[in-house]
Design a protein around this ligand. Structure first.
Ligand code: APR
Ligand code: PHB
Length: 389
């Protein structure tokens, strides 16, 4: 088989890129290791920057997002029983949209089906050849049979555990990593959200987050130790601990119910440079990971896709290779700013093992400054709603 762009990974990055390219008449094939049901079974953050909303509109799959997504003009932050609001629209003139990543992926798959997109599932043993040459190809196995795709370019959208990043020689790659000494225990429950906006809580017992998927589906997290297990937490124990970490008035209005999903995620910051090697481009989690505190994972994958899409259009429409050459530097410039914000927000809101009394005082002073300073709130709002592409 021959295509213009071989895309490895059928998550949000790969699907969004395929859909955008299709709209420009540029052919692609998406190779996904898992089944579609497995991909759609993942529970992920759902705070969308306007840049991602715009890309989904350009890809022709934003109708349900506009119909069912929640516009959030601000967010709540609490420490102890204190709580204050950062108003995005007041400070930077734009909101975010709360809409589950699973739904984004579902909409992208529906758009791909409608466009006759080629998404091959249960693809095994993907190997990228000649990525730094002029004739890249991808080989793999489908139903045990060998399969080869000759292409002009390869988009590595295969996440942190994919093959694309590792295709770039170690002598070329430089990796940066910070592993946080805690995880997030997350619960999904068919209960109404405790508040119509998100609550990020700094508590002496640990961080907590009150989020949502829709008016009847809530998502809650509490910071936990890395050696903890979801099996250690009954629903009642989770709700009791969550109530201890959020302000009393919010705890009093929390509606609890059975968890329909309970899992622990570790937190890490990770970046690999460069994000391009010859005709191989890395997008999204294949190139970088953020702690979920700032909800930047999907949104930073989106800006990578934007830069790569623009570069490929410039190549195919105008024969220009300038944007292709600039892809890695351009994407990384925004990636590092998202990494910084995610690290800053994580450091501000979590309890760190072994932190001193002075460290705790610094956290509270930071929160008090954020509460009292319009310029501090504007800086946070700028990053939270999404820096420009
Ligand atoms: N071959 C084919 N597909 C692969 C391979 C492989 N060797 N390895 C991984 N994949 C697939 C995975 O099954 C997954 O569906 O690549 C896809 C990568 O999707 P994501 O991990 O969701 O990464 P991305 O599309 O960049 O989206 C980033 O998703 O993981 C969240 O927090 C992350 O919100 C961020 C967003
Ligand atoms: C979520 O709803 O899963 C979510 C929301 C905001 C975050 C992280 C996760 O910062």
């Amino acid at each position: 088989m021959r295509t213009q762009v071989a895309i490895i990974g059928g998550g949000p990055s790969g699907l969004l890129l395929a859909q955008l390219l299709h709209a420009q008449g540029i052919s692609s094939v998406v190779l996904e290791r898992q089944t579609r049901a497995h991909v759609l079974g993942r529970i992920r953050a759902g705070v969308l920057e306007q840049g991602l909303v715009g890309l989904l509109e350009k890809a022709g799959c934003a109708d349900r997002l506009h119909a069912e997504g929640f516009t959030h003009d601000g967010t709540l932050l609490s420490y102890g029983d204190q709580m204050f609001r950062v108003d995005f629209t007041e400070h930077v003139g734009k909101p975010v949209v709360v809409y589950g990543q699973t739904e984004v992926t579902r909409d992208l798959y529906a758009a791909s089906d409608a466009a006759g997109g080629k998404v091959l599932h249960s693809v095994q043993n993907v190997v990228i050849d000649d990525a730094d040459g002029d004739s890249p190809s991808v080989t793999c196995e489908i139903d045990g049979e060998p399969f080869r795709i000759d292409c002009d370019f390869v988009a590595g959208c295969d996440g942190f555990h994919g093959v694309s990043r590792k295709t770039i020689p170690e002598s070329v790659r430089k990796e940066f990593e910070k592993v946080y000494p805690f995880g997030w225990l997350g619960v999904l429950s068919e209960t109404p959200p405790v508040n119509h906006e998100l609550i990020y809580a700094n508590s002496p017992r640990g961080f907590a987050l009150c989020s949502m998927r829709n008016a009847k589906l809530s998502r809650y997290y509490i910071q936990c130790s890395l050696d903890d297990s979801p099996d250690n937490w009954s629903d009642a124990a989770f709700w009791d601990e969550l109530k201890r970490r959020i302000p009393e008035d919010q705890a009093a209005q929390l509606i609890t119910g059975p968890s329909i999903e309970k899992s622990i995620a570790p937190l890490r910051s990770f970046v690999t440079e460069p994000m391009r090697w010859g005709r191989l481009f890395l997008c999204g989690d294949a190139a970088h990971i953020v702690p979920p505190t700032g909800a930047k994972g999907l949104n930073t994958a989106a800006s990578d896709v934007h830069y790569l899409f623009e570069a490929l259009v410039a190549f195919y429409k105008f024969g220009s290779t300038e944007d292709i050459a600039a892809y890695s530097d351009r994407a990384l410039a925004r990636v590092w700013k998202a990494e910084r914000f995610s690290w800053w927000f994580t450091t501000l809101m979590h309890q760190f093992p072994g932190q001193s009394e002075f460290d705790l005082k610094m956290q509270i002073a930071d929160l008090e400054f954020l509460r009292s300073s319009a310029s501090a709130q504007k800086a946070m709002a700028e990053n939270y709603v999404g820096l420009p592409y």
